[in-house]
Each structure stands twice: as C-alpha cells, then as structure tokens.
Design a protein around this ligand. Structure first.
Ligand code: THG
Length: 919
C-alpha cells in the first residue's frame, strides 16, 4: 500500500521528531572497548565518545535507541551520523570510514522505521539524515593572532559533506537534516553539497535546516541574527527551518516566534531539556518540558517538534497528547523584497528609498586603498571599510582588481579580515571584480548574502547563464551591467534593449529571483568635451525609469562617481554633480548606488547659480554646459582652496574629550579600537606604579565590563573576540615595560600550559589568564583552542610544565575537561590543574573533575586569582595546607550532592585501569 510522503503528512498534522542520540547512548555506559569492538581494537587514540562509530561497532545499541523513539511515537528518526564527516572524524583518526558509517547508519534506521511503518501504514515513519556542523568553522579564525586564517575552506567542507550526503542518500534517507548550524558559511557549504549529492544520486529529498543560537541576543556563534541567516540561505529549496539545542523550550521561544514570523517554510524546533545546571546536566522533567512545548503548539508556532540535549524517549512520548487533533501551522508567504545580509539583515523595501554602497575599498578607485593593500597594511585598509559603515554605507563594495595584485588572494584575505570585524561585517558586501575566479573565491568566504558585481552579456549568453547559475547556487544577488556582445550600452535604446534581454534570460531560463537582480545601465563621465557624451546622464536616468516600469522586481544601481571624472581635483563640484544626478535618478527609481558615503553635499544645499550650471550638464540642457561648469569649478577652486570636507572625523573623537584614561581604555576595549592605545597607555604608565598594575587594573576592569555586556546579550561573540584582540595589543604595548620592570635575573616562577579544550573555540578568558600569569613571571605555553587531550598530555610531559590550565565556555567542555584530566591521571602525571571558563563551576570541579585525578584540580572564578593560586601550588611549604583546605571544601560539596558524585581514584587504581583498558 502507498503510504503518505512527509510533504503530504506535514500539511495534515504536527510531526514528531526523535530526541537526543548522545543522551541515550550515555545511558548504556559504554566503555572504550565497546566503542572499539573487535574491528577497531588496535586503532590509535581514544575512540570513546565517537558516537557515530557505534553504527559499525555496536549497531544493536543504536537500533535499540531508534526503536525506543519510534515506540514513543516519533514520526521522524535521525540517523546517528551527526559527526560522520571526514572533517570531524579526523579527530579520531577514523576519517577513512565515513562513507561506511553513513551507509550503516541509514540502513539501521531505515530497517527499523520500515518495520514500524509496516505495522501501521497509517502512521508512516521517516528517516532524516543527520548532518552536523562539524568541529570547525569556515567564517572564523581559530588563531587570535591571525584573524585572516581559516582552519577549513568552503570547498574542503563541501567535499566532506558530499561524501557524507551521497552515502546518506544512497542508503535511502527520506530527508536531509542540516542541524545545529552555528556558522552560516558551513551551512551554505552543506546546502550546496546537498544539492550536488541529490543531483549525483538522482534522489531529491526535502531539505531541513536547524540553527542553534549561541547567545541571549539570539545570534548564531558566527554572529548572525536569525533574520540575516534567513537571507543567507534563501537561495536553497528548503522544506523546513527551525531551531535546536541552544536553550530549553522556554528560552528558545522568542527566537522561534521571530523565525516563524519571517521564514516561508515549515518550522521545526527541538530544544534541550531546559537549561544545563552547574554540572552541565539537563534536569528538566519530561512533564515540564512538555508543558513548555505545549505553548509552541497552542500558539501555532511549529510543524515539527522533537528534543535535543538531555531528552530521551520519555520526553518524546509526551508529545502525542499535545499534537492530537491540532491543525498544523501554515507557512507565511514569501517576502517581496531583496534580502541581503552581513551579520544583520538588509531588506531593500520601498521604505529605504536609496541604498548607498561604499565605493572606497576599491584598489582601482582609491589610491590610498591600493597603497594599503600593496603594503599589506590591512588594519588601516579595514579602517577605511569601518569609516564607510560609520558614515552610513549600507553595503560595502570590495574590489581588488589590479594588475600587480593577486586578486583572488587579496579578496580572500580582506574578506576574511572583514568577517572578524563585527562593526564592518554587520553590513552586506558587494564583491566587485571583472575576473570570475575572484568573485567565486569571494562568495566562498562570506556567510552573509552578498551582491556579485557584476555579470553581463559581454561574452554571450552561455557564459552569462553559467555565471548567473553559479551566483544563484552560492546564494547572492547580482548586478547586471548593460553590456552585450556588441559592447557597452551607451544610449537609452541600447541600455533598455540589453537589460530587457538579460532580465528574461535570468528570470525565464535561469530561474533567478527578480528581486535579486540589479541593473547597472552604466554611469559614464559627462562634460568630457566630447559631444557624444553629453547625453549619458540623461540616458541613464531615462533607462532607470523604463527598467523600473517594465522589468518587475529588478533594481537599478550605478557607480555614481564615474559621472564626474572630468572634474577630478574639485571635490565640491564632483559631490554636487553626484547629488544632482542622484536627485533625478532616484525620482526615476534608481534605488542603489556605489558612492562615497562621506559625501556631505546635499542637493538642497547647492547655491542656485551652481545648481543651474550643474543641471545644465547633467540634464544636457545647453551645448556650452560643460564649458560653463568648468568656469564655475575653477572659480570655486580658487575660493575654497584648502577647506575640503573634514568634519565627520571630529565627531568620532568625542569619546576622547573630557574622559579619564580609564574610561578611554575601557571604551577602546569594548569597541575593539586600537588606534589610540599607544597614547592612552603612555598616559596610564605615567599614573600607575607599573605596567602590570595597568593590566590588572583598568584593562581587567574593561574586560570584566565586556564579560557583563556579553552575559546580558548586549555584545555578541565576534565583538567580544575583537575586544580580546585589542586587549592583546594593549598588552603587547606594555610588554617592554613589564620586561624592564622585572628584577634583573628574575627567575621564571614556573611553566604553565594553557589550552581551550577540544570542541570549544573560545579563548578570551584563557588569553587573559595567560597575560596576567605572564606578568607575574610565569612562562606560558599556550596551545590555543580546540586542543585534544592527547596534545595537552604530550606537551605537559615534554615541556615538564608545573601547572595545566584548562578553559572552556560551552557546556560540552565540562565533559571534555573530565576527559583531559582522566588522561593526565592515566599518564601518571602529578601536575596541578586549573579550571576556568563560563560554564565551569566549583561544584562541577568538585564532583566530576577533581575525583578522577589524584593531584589538585582547582576551580578559578576569574583571571585575577590564577597567579595567587599558582604561587601556593608551587610553593612546597604552602601547598599541603592549601590542598588540604581545597579537599575539605570539595568533600563538603560532594557530601551535599551525594547522588551525583563519581568515584574518586588513586594513582594506583588509575594505573590498574590503564592496564585493563589497553592490554
Ligand atoms: N558599476 C558597477 N561597479 C563599479 C562601477 C560602476 N565599480 C567600480 C566603480 N564603477 C565605482 N567605484 C568608484 C570608486 C571610486 C571612484 C569612482 C568609482 C573615484 N575615485 C577617485 C578618482 O578616481 O578620482 C579616487 C580618488 C582617490 O584616489 O581617493 O572617483 O559603474 N557595478
């Protein structure tokens, strides 16, 4: 009998997705040996924790879990493949088995789902291929010192996803579920891989997306708002979109509401079982969670509901009563405007009557920008971008086309740098190049929805369509220049002829969204002395009116500064000409323009006599118009010598007036501005007893303020990362003074290894600890972020460190810290450990981490304590009393929380364990 498809069923009722896989697997208390089975008996490293490998080594466990969820009423079960890409599996050295794991995972899920469908064909069960975000991010640098660095490229990730998805599709999944999206660029690579894999296998299945928000402001880890995210993925053929993980159902609700109101797809949600407690565990009951989920259903927010971290079949079973008889939500209508995004959404609706695109980051359009890129002065080049955003640019045009530059490389570097500047990355980008490989490389660096500048019919229809398809696949809007095989369209009739032809190819043949098409009918220089040029502006303006009337949805843009090339050297006349041109073109519907956003000349400010002469030129009103304007320009130039527009700059410096050095340092830290650090630190040095006291005083205070702002959702992660970079720069400036202050021949106080544990990329706290400890004469070995346990152990031994500091911000890091410390114990080490970071707690340290290690494990509340505690730990006289007091404190905590305690171990026991496990 023919059962219903998921597309049919979702229109009839709310569908139930299963709960967490990891939480269920934990209940089986599997050992290292279980994960290995016989097949991976001799594989190197640890395999425990590689849940997806169980599809090969303990398939009956996974089968059992699927069965429990199906019995609990789940309509959709997810394959156990969240980490089954070569990128993630490389952590366990088993990347060669990805295809096999995925195939095995689908077969397992498929067989059991089909079994349940056969028992009750009225309730068909579906298998969703789970595709996780991987352990790396394409749009952020894991290296604080090099924000342009990427551990993974779009193409590499796309290839890894293709391998996984082809196997999932061949194995027979009913849908692909790209989940726990924390970086939109990763998600875009996954989407592209899904499309390619569906083409290759000839199996088109619905595509489900699920995002995780990382802060209370509702942004992704890579800093995008959900609105911006929707713009970034709208090019895909999406079945459902939703949220998972992040928070409990209650905390997730406002974000789900926002998403449901704007996303024209079915909506899914699978929250965690409440918020994690101090031990990183989820202890909301199934009843409590169901009560919260009921609100989603009563308010018509969702079509698909399930559970993430902490949920089991008991939670999922509760949903059956909630969904019974409930009419499913109908998706909202698609929007009618162009959506672009950086970290935030730019909706080009009629309310924004004109979008100004900043022209200054163009090596062909700015001598200064060219020089900065040539000299690799990227900081300063970025400040040109930042200034334009401050001046009100809604989009930034970036162009690296110069004969002596490697444009692909420069575009990549600059876009990667922009991505780590939240004040700049806020706005969408326009990737400007006449070389297609530069545009392609650019699109693969940006998580937001960009504009490609540009494509044209210059090389004929085939190339035009190929480029347009690629733009569509990579999710961008496009500028179409009015060029064709015959050349540049310079008259009204040529402009409209080329634009009309291009429009129909794009809309009818390529399937391009008309709202994502921007025509550029060529702004060409007027008043050049050549008569044929006199009507160029008029032709542009008329063509604009025609396009807006006859090519529905399409926008009109132009490079406005081209118009006034004849008046180079006279900025006032140039800016006044631009104002006049825009005044008339905007009336005809020009709604976008590449301009200098710092321009201060308004149409209404132009004195009548000058206005008349400019309009004579722009509107081609008399044959001698150009000569007369040149006359005026020369007169003005003599009068205005030296008073070019400088304001803007003044206003920006208000924060420096009448403020204390502490206030200025704090402002610089919060805003991530390093321009005045040198100056302010010099002043601080004259006021504070020494350099260390500046770090421990105002700089630490600034960082604490940043911590508070982050905690309350007023800053988001990329901003905090930038702050940390500024802190690093401040410390670098102070470093020579710190060195000089050290007493002659002062000995190292000890060697400290610091690391952010595997699975976590947050290093701000860790970096501050490093700085403070270094100031106190400790030698720091900083292993960076995402550091595997083996590397920590190996380095601790090789470098003979005195203390190991572990840092982490996210909940899974708690578990990883237990693992690292277990490994230190297993290696027979005796090095004290310090634990710090946002989710860590004294309770978790006492209950879960300290017991697995015989040497001291100390929880550090903040970075100000580390030096003090380290001194005690490394002093033979003070250590015993300190450790005793610590143990007593921990024991008291354990006594109060008896049922949660894990057994404490001695060194001997650990050695025995080691033998059991590995022999
Ligand atoms: N259409 C589209 N894209 C474009 C253009 C267009 N991109 C490039 C260009 N034209 C728009 N950008 C600029 C940038 C700067 C200038 C003109 C156009 C400019 N620069 C000063 C000059 O050359 O006199 C530079 C002075 C300096 O060095 O600072 O005028 O038409 N789609």
């Amino acid at each position: 009998m023919q059962t219903k498809t998921i597309q049919q069923l979702v229109r009839e009722r709310i569908l139930v997705l299963d709960g967490a896989m990891g939480t269920m697997i934990q209940q089986y208390n599997l050992s290292e040996a279980d994960f290995r089975g016989t097949r991976f008996k001799d594989a190197k490293g640890q395999l425990k924790g590689n849940n997806d490998l169980l599809c090969l080594t303990r398939p009956e466990v996974i089968e059992d879990i699927h069965r429990k969820y199906l019995e609990a009423g789940a309509d959709i079960i997810e394959t156990n493949t969240f980490n089954a890409t070569s990128v993630s599996m490389a952590d366990y050295h088993v990347e060669a088995y990805c295809r096999e794991i995925n195939l095995a995972a689908v077969r397992l899920a498929r067989r059991i789902a089909d079994e349940f469908t056969a028992m009750n064909p009225e309730k068909p069960r579906f298998v969703a291929g789970s595709v996780g975000p991987t352990n790396k991010t394409c749009s952020m640098s894991p290296d604080v010192n090099n924000p342009a660095f990427r551990a993974l490229t779009f193409d590499e990730l796309q290839a890894a996803y293709c391998e996984q998805m082809e196997a999932l599709l061949e194995g027979g999944v009913d849908t692909l579920l790209i989940e726990t999206i924390f970086d939109t660029l990763n998600a875009k690579a996954a989407i592209r891989a899904a499309e390619l894999s569906m083409e290759k296998t000839g199996r088109k299945v619905p595509l489900m997306l699920s995002v995780t928000v990382s802060d209370v402001g509702g942004r992704t880890l890579s800093g995008q708002t959900l609105d911006a995210f929707l713009a970034s993925v709208e090019h895909a053929d999406i079945f459902s979109i939703g949220l998972n993980c992040s928070f409990g159902a209650r905390q997730l609700k406002p974000f789900l509401e926002r998403l449901a109101a704007r996303a024209p797809y079915y909506i899914s949600a699978y929250p965690n079982a409440g918020l994690p407690n101090t031990l990183g565990q989820y202890d909301q009951t199934p009843e409590d969670m169901a009560a919260e989920v009921k609100e989603y259903i009563d308010e018509g927010l969702v079509n698909i509901i399930g559970g993430c971290c902490g949920t089991t079949e008991k939670y999922i079973a509760k949903y059956q009563d909630l969904i019974r008889g409930v009419q499913p939500r109908v998706p909202v209508q698609p929007h009618k405007y162009m959506w672009l995004s950086g970290l935030e959404l730019l909706e080009v609706s009629p309310e924004i009557n004109f979008v100004n695109v900043g022209e200054r980051c163009n090596v062909a359009g700015s001598r200064k920008f060219l020089r900065l890129i040539n000299e690799k002065k990227y900081e300063e080049a970025l400040s040109i971008a930042r200034k334009q955003v401050e001046d009100g640019a809604l989009i930034l045009d970036i162009n690296m086309d110069d004969g002596l530059l490697d444009a692909v490389e420069e575009m990549t570097t600059f876009l990667n740098l922009v991505a780590s500047e939240p004040e700049i990355a806020r706005v969408p980008l326009m990737i400007d190049s006449s070389k297609w490989d530069v545009i392609r490389a650019g699109l693969k660096c940006v998580q937001g929805k960009c504009i490609v500048n540009s494509i044209s019919l210059k090389e004929g229809e085939d190339v035009f369509m190929a480029h347009a398809r690629e733009v569509k696949e990579l999710g961008a809007a496009v500028i179409v220049m009015a060029f064709d095989e015959k050349g540049q369209a310079d008259t009204f009739s040529r402009k409209i002829e080329v634009c009309e032809r291009a429009y129909h190819i794009l809309v009818d043949k390529v399937g391009f969204n008309p709202h994502d098409i921007i025509f550029d009918p060529n702004v060409l220089a007027v008043a050049t002395g050549i008569e044929e040029h006199n009507n160029y502006a008029v032709d542009f303006i008329q063509a604009t009116g025609w396009i807006r009337k006859h090519l529905p949805g399409a926008h009109v843009s132009g490079g406005v500064s081209n118009l006034s090339f004849s008046f180079r050297g006279n900025n006032y006349i140039r800016e006044a000409m631009h104002a006049v041109f825009l005044y008339h073109a905007i009336q005809q519907g020009m709604d976008m323009g590449i301009v200098n956003p710092a321009t201060s000349v308004l149409y209404t400010d132009i004195p009548q006599d000058i206005l008349e002469r400019i309009e004579d030129v722009v509107l081609n009103r008399r044959p001698d118009a150009a000569e007369r304007l040149i006359e005026t320009a020369e007169r003005l130039k003599r009068e205005k010598e030296g008073t070019d527009s400088q304001e803007g700059h003044e206003a920006q410096l208000l924060w420096r007036k009448d403020t204390t050095v502490e206030e200025r340092l704090q402002y610089a830290l919060v805003k991530g501005l390093s321009d005045y650090l040198e100056e302010d630190l010099q002043e601080a040095l004259s006021r504070y007893p020494n350099a260390v006291s500046i770090i421990e005083g105002p700089l630490m205070a600034g960082m604490n303020h940043v911590g508070d702002l982050f905690g309350s959702g007023k800053m988001f992660l990329p901003q905090v990362v930038k702050t940390a970079r500024t802190m690093k720069k401040a410390v670098a400036i102070l470093q020579p003074y710190i060195e000089a202050e050290k007493q002659e021949g002062a000995r190292s106080a000890g060697k400290v290894l610091v690391a952010t544990v595997k699975g976590d990329v947050h290093d701000i706290g860790k970096n501050i600890v490093s700085v403070v400890m270094a100031c106190n004469n400790y030698e720091i070995i900083d292993l960076g972020v995402m550091v595997p346990a083996e590397k920590i152990v190996e380095t601790a031994i090789r470098e003979k460190v005195d203390i190991v500091g572990l840092s982490g911000l996210i909940t899974p890091s708690l578990e990883e810290m237990v693992h690292v410390v277990t490994e230190l114990q297993r290696a027979g080490l005796d090095i004290p450990v310090m634990i710090g970071g946002a989710t860590t707690s004294k309770l978790h340290t006492a209950l879960k981490i300290a017991p697995v290690y015989h040497a001291p494990v100390v929880y550090m509340k903040d970075a100000s304590q580390n030096a003090l505690v380290a001194a005690k730990l490394l002093n033979a006289e003070q250590r015993p009393a300190f450790v005793e007091a610590l143990n007593e404190e921990y024991q008291a905590l354990r006594d109060k929380n008896k049922q949660k305690v894990v057994k404490t171990v001695s060194l001997e026991e650990a050695k025995k364990n080691k033998l059991n496990l590995w022999d």
